[in-house]
Design a binder for this molecule. Sequence first.
Ligand code: TYM
Length: 332
Amino acid sequence: MTDSTATKRVLSGIQPSGQLHLGNYAGAIRQFVEMQHTHEMYIFVASYHALTSVRDPQTMRQNTRQVVIDYLAFGLDPAKAHIYLQQDVPQVTELAWLLACVCPKHLMDKATSYKDKVDKGIAASIGLYTYPILQAADILSVDPDFVPVGEDQRQHIEITRDLALKFNHAFGTEDDPVFKLPEAMIRADAGVLPGVDGQKMSASYGNFIDPFMAEKPLRKRIMKIVTDSTPVEEAKTPETCTVFQIFRALAGPDDPRTSELAERYRAGGMGYGDAKQALCELILDHFGDARKRREALMDDPGYVDQVLRDGAEAARVKVDEVTSRARAAAGL
Ligand code: TYM
């Protein structure tokens, strides 16, 4: 576990609470796809977390399946990443209980996501309140080094580290800690990607852009992005414009296409409609292969089942090892 030359391990997950969108891609999935070439990957579907908001079993089944298909379409390779469903590795919920018993209540009281979600109309359940403990269990269950996530998950990774420390303090020794402390991996250039209304892009705000949308509705959606009313001929500020922010997150800040578009903003003479066209072309180009792969995957349910069986089998081996270690440390 302390061998610094060993391949580093990564864990992350996404809730199947709606269609995956550009925010998920820019904040998280893009990192998964890049890291799979050099890291040992555990990427799962956080269905138990989604149960805090999804109440329809059919929707749950469909969304869960779709997240897996989309992981694969975006380029996750099951030969390089263990892809699994949370409910196929139930030891994680046992680990959540062990962590809950060392979690001071005030640590949950200060988690901002609970209040945000209740304000948005999600039922104020105990599951929602203790959501960060289950997330800590997901993470700690495979001893990862890194957790690639978007900026909005930073506090959850801090809570995970707090809980690992508390458990280690209660049941481990300095030389032999029970849990390894993982680090959040948050892309500095991604930030929180805005949606068409300029607020954080989110499946539940109805402001998201789905990169798998058919071309015509995709164009219509992009044309809906809210911009200010600076006239065409006047110079514009790229950094404060949602269209540019999404463009830069996808193309990358150092890409020549990004600097070229920024130049056109500053020079004046370009309307926001042109910037939106450029964003649309970028999306179609960037996700061209993913869109084709997704179509093929939709027609191959047997393959998707096999990916999930293999992924769960591999995850269970590792999670069993960690859960047994934690249980034994606590005298169970
Ligand atoms: P979730 O399902 O809301 O989002 C999945 C990932 O997408 C990122 N993300 C964004 N990044 C940038 N801009 C946005 N607008 C945007 N919207 C979403 C999120 O930061 C996240 O990385 N609690 C987690 C799911 C989870 C998890 C875990 C993650 C459960 N257990 C263990 C990592 C490790 C969540 O609700 O993410």
